[in-house]
Unconditional design. Structure first.
Length: 220
């Protein structure tokens, strides 16, 4: 219980958690962390004499170490979640003001700077002024839709490496996915994904350095 209280107070970058503890074991603590909206996005590394790696990963642990601890491996695991030297800059492109406010609310407090654009043309203008680290992109927008934005990003050498996460209410068919495949890292479907999934996806992309991959979906 002391650990949960401290996690709320400190909001650490990562948590190391033993399994065998009095009063409340590590599995119960991990479950409580994952069920708390304020704490669910904090990576948890299990450290214990009990070799239940699969159980830990299934319950949402970011890593699993058995005692005696390998110091170098511990350093590598914790190092994945080290806060960046500067805040990650995110460009949120969405024409619906309510949706923009909702997403901004999920991301504020994560050491991320969120800029907003109401449509594709405004997004490209912002890109000219300041290149973001990641783009959250709606597809259906007036003036210039998300498909056109992705196409514009791919034509500009300086923008091709920006990771793009599409957030849409569309049920994308094969043709639509093909249009996005070369320039989008993930597709999240509105009203079906959880805020913690968006946060986790952004963190993973930032750790990977924005390597381009095929479109994946959290809707399935």
């Amino acid at each position: 219980m002391d650990g949960l209280k401290l996690a709320k107070e400190l909001r650490p970058t990562a948590i190391t958690l033993d399994v065998l503890m009095p009063d409340l074991d590590g599995w119960s603590v991990l479950a409580a962390l994952r069920q708390d909206a304020e704490l669910a996005d904090i990576p948890v590394i299990m450290i214990t004499i009990v070799d239940e790696h699969r159980r830990g990963i299934a319950l949402g642990a970011a890593g699993y170490l058995t005692k005696p601890i390998d110091r170098e491996r511990l350093h590598r695991l914790v190092g994945r979640y080290r806060s960046p030297a500067r805040p990650t800059r995110i460009l949120l492109v969405e024409d619906d003001q309510i949706q923009r406010e909702r997403v901004r609310g999920w991301l504020e407090g994560q050491q991320w700077i969120v800029q907003e654009a109401e449509n594709g043309r405004e997004a490209l203008a912002r890109l000219q002024a300041d290149k973001p680290d990641l783009i959250l992109l709606d597809l259906m927008m007036p003036e210039m839709d998300g498909f056109a934005v992705v196409a514009a990003l791919q034509k500009e050498p300086g923008w091709r490496d920006i990771p793009v996460v599409v957030i849409t209410s569309l049920d994308l068919d094969a043709a639509a996915r093909e249009r996005l495949n070369s320039g989008v890292q993930s597709v999240l479907v509105k009203d079906t994904f959880r805020p913690t999934e968006l946060v986790d996806r952004i963190r993973r992309l930032m750790r990977q350095g924005g390597e381009t991959s095929a479109v994946s979906s959290l809707a399935s």
